[in-house]
Design a protein around this ligand. Structure first.
Ligand code: PRX
Length: 685
């Protein structure tokens, strides 16, 4: 395993001159020129980029950008390109087909099993999308409706989301690893009466029965008096014959025919291949206002209930397209692979919209990175000659455990740009990515951004930015970062504080679905005039930004943002739990893991059975990825005199650090000694 010896971890890594030669941005000076223009003359900068897109009606002059970021001056709002009408689906599909790129491969689809693969062109996708858009229309779906999607990583997922975009319905995609509770909660919040799912999916050797989970979610909705009218089901694992009726054809026949029993509810459930069969492959897009919503996507909120982050049409498209092109230095012959699931924002922006807006050819992978063995990623890279790879630090750390051999088994000579997202990348993982995976030849783009930002906000540009391992380096075009202190005062030079953004960029979220007040209070109230990221940040003597992690009650497990409140409320639902407090705890591969303190009700016994039940409870309430790593028996919790749990102290106890700092506000400090004594035995070694 590469070790981050001081020198290697702290030196500057310059882009490879070979890469620089053909890059869109070839030097840090060129970056600065473009950046300055994006900040000082945003209209000139973004209008030029927007020229490549199709507007049914052009933007009204003088209405390029209107916004208010200051809650004290009235409601917060952001409006770009007012007066323009467009359609995002048209821009990512029809535009390319009309430009003669119909036969270009949009996705090489790689199944869970290495011999299960297919490909789909832009032209084929357009036909599939039109057909499914017609199906949705026939079932009454119209502009503004929210359509829930709970699917594996298959081309039908892209077809479903773009079909929504075509007719102006908002897709609300729920990651296929979420439980039925989470799915139903999101469907209830968005009032999504249409659900699109699949029978199931294999991830590695694990079967996820999506249809069964969907059925449970529909039942849970019913209990809350909400009726899900239609469930469209893609037969993905079912018989080859039935699947080949869909748009994706040949390779399905190779997939083993799993006998997955799928309950079918007459009148409510419909097979995708049945409804697609007779549908027309022509469908006029619905022309939408630039500021109409495109989709919503839930992300964890520090008060416990997830927030439906709403993105707009034109601003999001522009930002997804531009960040994709520049942060990855994408060129038309590149083969690009993003390992993220479309169920997360990374998949929305960098599997679907960003690459497709650029007419890119991508790999879409449905499987698990360690299946059938730990060199699967490199086998895929060589199979398709992947030149740009986008993944998460947690995967790099997992692969590091197996050493260099599985990586070196494949040539990876096609790789040019490596990128990461989701959490700060530790220097060891950065160096492994750079030296071992990239053979010290590739640039690394450490992209810092959020569900809310729509696309990258801090990132190196592969041909321009000298890299420092672990730093997301500099702002992307249009992003004006500042580091502020507790009082909201901007800090100068070398500093550490809260990362905020001073002015809107096209991809910023426009509201929280159904709750604009929550939008304002979460992102704009603490520091009026700024968008608050919720992340801590350092700026060094060279002006590089270093994200230090969340400063609210949120944490990042394997790059998935979770809130402590969300986990606590699912633990408290257990009949033996009186109180619970969850904190983040460093984990060697996941980055952070959940460490939960639980106070039992009188007379209850803390034992292995209860620990298992509690982990199971979180798995079923939220999803398997959220299950706490450690459950700690806490007869009492450290609290302030006003009753607030002191999570700062709990984080110290979790890592066995007795240096608690200032505890003068703690109501009863004796609980701390008990908690140190009660540390789970597996952690005491
Ligand atoms: O804490 C930051 C971390 O992930 C959070 C956003 O999570 P989510 O909305 O789920 O989106 C993840 C994918 C964009 C941020 O507030 N984060 C994301 N990327 C990085 C990061 N932290 C450090 N470095 C990054 N590159």
């Amino acid at each position: 395993m590469a070790s981050a010896s001081g020198d290697q971890a702290t030196r500057l890594y310059h882009p490879n001159p070979e890469l620089q030669k053909n890059a869109h941005v070839k030097s840090i000076e060129d970056y600065k020129k473009l950046y300055d223009q994006s900040i000082n003359e945003p209209e000139v900068f973004w209008s030029k980029i927007a020229e490549q897109f199709y507007f049914k009606t052009p933007p009204t002059e003088g209405k390029f950008l209107e916004y208010n970021f200051n809650v004290n001056d009235g409601p917060v709002f952001v409006k770009w390109f007012q007066g323009a009408t467009t359609n995002v689906c048209y821009n990512v599909l029809d535009r390319h087909v009309e430009n003669g790129l119909g036969d270009r491969i949009a996705f090489y689809w790689e199944g869970n099993d290495p011999d299960d693969s297919s490909k789909v062109t832009y032209g084929q996708l357009l036909k599939g999308v039109c057909k499914f858009a017609n199906v949705l229309k026939q079932h009454g779906v119209k502009k503004g409706d929210r359509v829930a999607i709970y699917m594996p990583m298959i081309p039908e997922l892209v077809i479903a989301m773009l079909a929504c975009a075509r007719i102006g319905a908002m897709h609300s995609i729920v990651f296929g690893g979420f439980s039925s509770d989470s799915l139903s909660g999101r469907m209830l919040d968005a009032k999504s009466s249409i659900l699109i799912t699949a029978d199931g999916v294999y991830r590695g050797t694990k079967l996820v029965n999506l249809k069964q989970i969907s059925d449970e979610a529909v039942t849970l909705c019913k209990k809350q008096d909400f009726t899900v009218e239609k469930v469209f089901v893609v037969r993905h694992l079912g018989s080859a014959e039935a699947s080949s009726n869909g748009d994706r054809s040949s390779p399905v026949a190779k997939r083993p025919c799993y006998s997955l029993t799928t309950d079918f509810h007459e009148g409510r459930d419909v097979w995708w291949h049945d409804v697609m069969e007779g549908a027309s492959d022509k469908c006029e897009p619905v022309w939408l206002d630039a500021e109409d919503p495109l989709f919503m996507l839930y992300t964890s909120g520090s008060t416990g209930t997830p927030k439906g982050v709403v993105h707009s049409q034109m601003g999001y498209l522009l930002y997804a397209a531009t960040t994709f092109k520049y942060s990855f230095d994408h060129h038309k012959d590149d083969i690009y692979w993003c390992t993220a699931d479309i169920g997360w924002i990374t998949g929305h922006t960098y599997v679907c919209y960003g690459p497709m807006a650029n007419g890119a050819t991508s790999v879409m992978f449905e499987g698990a990175p360690l299946y059938p063995d730990e060199s699967r990623c490199w086998q895929i890279v060589d199979k398709y000659n992947v030149s740009i790879l986008y993944t998460a630090p947690t995967l790099i750390r997992t692969l590091m455990k197996y050493g260099e051999a599985p990586v070196k088994k494949y040539s990876r000579k096609s790789l040019r740009v490596l990128a990461t997202v989701g959490e700060p990348i530790n220097p060891e993982a950065w160096l492994f990515y750079y030296n071992v995976i990239g053979d010290a030849r590739c640039s690394i783009s450490d992209t810092f951004w959020q569900t809310e930002t729509g696309g990258h906000t801090l990132t190196p540009l592969p041909g321009a930015t000298p890299m420092k391992p672990g730093s997301a380096t500099f702002p992307f075009f249009g992003i004006a970062p500042a580091v502020v202190n507790e009082k909201g005062e901007e800090l100068e030079g070398v500093c550490e504080g809260y990362l905020v953004f001073k002015q809107p960029w096209p991809g910023v979220m426009r509201t929280v679905y159904g709750d604009h007040e929550r939008y304002e209070s979460t992102y704009f109230r603490q520091f009026p005039g700024y968008y608050k990221t919720g992340d801590g940040c350092k700026r060094d003597e060279d002006g590089y930004y270093w994200i230090t992690g969340r400063i609210d009650d949120m944490f990042n497990v394997s790059g998935h943002l979770l809130s402590t409140a969300e986990i606590e409320s699912s633990l408290i639902e257990h009949s033996k739990i009186a109180e619970a407090a969850a904190v983040a705890y460093p984990h060697p591969t996941k980055g952070e893991a959940c460490y939960a303190f639980v106070t039992l009700i009188e007379g209850a016994e803390f034992n292995d059975k209860l620990i298992l039940e509690l982990k199971k409870q979180v798995r079923s309430k939220i999803g398997p990825f959220a299950a706490p790593e450690v459950i700690h028996n806490a007869p009492g919790l450290p609290k302030t005199r006003s009753g607030k749990i002191m999570r700062r102290v709990l984080r110290k106890i979790a890592v066995n650090d007795h240096d608690l700092g200032d505890v003068s506000t703690m109501a009863d400090s004796t609980v701390v000694d008990i908690l140190f004594e009660n540390r789970p035995k597996e952690l005491r070694a």
